[in-house]
Design a protein around this ligand. Structure first.
Ligand code: PLP
Length: 433
């Protein structure tokens, strides 16, 4: 998997047109084959650690059809909210297969996490007290999220700035948390940290692991506590841009193994399990947003107006993120223009791509927006009354299955049912075909 991204769509133009004739664009399409092959590669890379488990970050792609596929490959979940816990539970993932990594957590969320037996990952000392005062006894196994502050440096420079992150507790706070938990009867401990996002270059996990392993060894010695696992969380990136080098998951697993052998094994901690909470690395390349060009206008830029907008894919507007675009059927044509690919929101940030060289593109062309399988549909919103699109699964047997229908106006108006005008609107749209 360590090659420069070729950026070929995982479906053909004929396949996409056939799907579009049944489910109107825009829609999200996920590849079961890709989801499975990526998780398998991850599990192989960490097979040296018998307790290894990936806890898929539910927020990346909160769809039960996706979560069940990943569960079949051995994954658990990482949840951060009440509804993500409900989703995990609905997929049969509870107990220690579910991590609950939340911050600023409402009581109802904690209560459900307790009832499901999820592994609680505390974000602060305050939350420990909140749990004790409102939820009750601590579970047998507890995890704490650490934020060592400073910058996080990899071989190619600073890749994260933990000191400016709202998440986690300082190392002295972690020590205090472990002491409190130990004295309250907690038997097994986990350490978790998420210090850089969308990293490229294979050394984020190994460097993070080395740091957490040292911390785990220190705390275990000082406090006589049993460290059951180290959770490396998310943060492994994908090559969104053509020409970027794909991370080599095998090399990443090997780098973590080396740190493990050097730091944990010599101090008798060779029984520590590794957990990961990847979302993006697993799912981003396995999903695409498929949208059609419906308008073309030229002013000071050349605009391709598509039937999707930032409400369907927020990342470009929110982070200036790059998502590669393939104009279906024109893969081998030379570049024919430099386009801004825009949606219809009354908001100038609603541009899926700016000044993007593409083959000559016309109204009616289908666009395949790459690497949308994580943090894509799930970040969707309803500004301008735009409706969220359907999600479809391209199954390994070649069939396409609807795994989330597109929203309708009735969905958009549903929560207005409390006022007479709202109720009237709702019954009006429900009457329409
Ligand atoms: C978002 C998140 C993840 C997943 O991050 P990716 O960038 O998708 O790998 C994992 N763990 C936690 C706690 C998160 O908040």
């Amino acid at each position: 998997m360590s090659s420069t991204a070729a950026k070929r769509p995982f479906a053909t133009k004929e396949q996409l047109e056939a799907i579009a004739s049944q489910y109107p664009t825009p829609f999200y399409l996920y590849s079961e084959d890709l989801l499975r092959s990526r998780v398998r590669a991850l599990n192989e890379a960490f097979a040296w650690n018998p307790g290894f488990r990936e806890h898929f970050a539910v927020k990346a792609t909160p769809n039960p059809a996706i979560i069940r596929i990943l569960a079949e490959e051995g994954c658990g979940t990482d949840c951060a909210s009440l509804t993500e816990l409900m989703l995990s539970d609905a997929c049969g993932i509870r107990g220690e297969a579910a991590m609950f990594t939340s911050s600023d957590t409402p009581l109802a969320d904690y209560r459900l996490a307790r009832d499901l037996g999820a592994t609680i990952n505390f974000d602060s000392l305050d939350q420990l007290g909140f749990w004790r005062d409102n939820v009750g006894e601590f579970p047998r196994t507890v995890c704490c999220r650490v934020n060592p502050g400073g910058d996080f440096e990899a071989a190619n420079g600073i890749i994260g700035t933990p000191q400016d992150s709202k998440f986690g507790m300082t190392v002295p706070q972690l020590r205090e948390a472990f002491r409190t938990l130990r004295d309250a009867g907690v038997q097994e401990f986990g350490i978790h940290a998420f210090l850089a996002s969308n990293t490229l270059g294979d050394d984020y996990y190994p460097r993070l692991a080395r740091r957490l392993f040292r911390l785990a060894a220190d705390l275990s010695r000082e406090l006589c506590v049993h460290l059951a696992f180290v959770d490396l969380s998310g943060g492994i990136g994908v090559a969104y841009e053509p020409g970027q080098r794909e991370n080599d998951i095998r090399a990443i697993g090997e780098g973590v193994r080396r740190a493990y052998e050097e730091v944990l094994v010599p101090v008798g901690m060779g029984d520590v399990s590794i957990r990961s909470e990847l979302g993006r690395w697993i799912a981003a390349p396995a999903g695409a947003l498929v949208t059609r060009v419906i308008h073309h206008k030229v002013t000071y830029h050349d605009y391709l107006g598509v039937d999707a907008c930032s409400a369907n894919l927020m990342r470009p507007a929110m982070y200036g993120a790059y998502h590669h675009i393939t104009v279906m059927g024109r893969e081998d044509e030379p570049m024919g223009g430099t386009y801004n690919v825009v949606g219809g929101l009354c908001e100038n940030s609603d541009q899926l791509a700016r000044e993007r060289p593409l083959p000559r593109t016309e109204v009616g062309d289908l666009l395949f927006v790459h690497d949308c399988g994580a943090h894509g549909h799930s970040m969707g919103y309803n500004y301008n009354g735009r409706l969220r699109s359907a999600e479809l699964l391209l199954q390994s047997d070649g069939d396409v299955r609807l795994i989330r229908r597109a929203e309708t106006p009735a969905d958009y108006f549903a929560t207005l049912d409390v006022t007479p005008e709202g109720a009237a609107l709702l019954s009006e749209v429900r009457r329409k075909p």
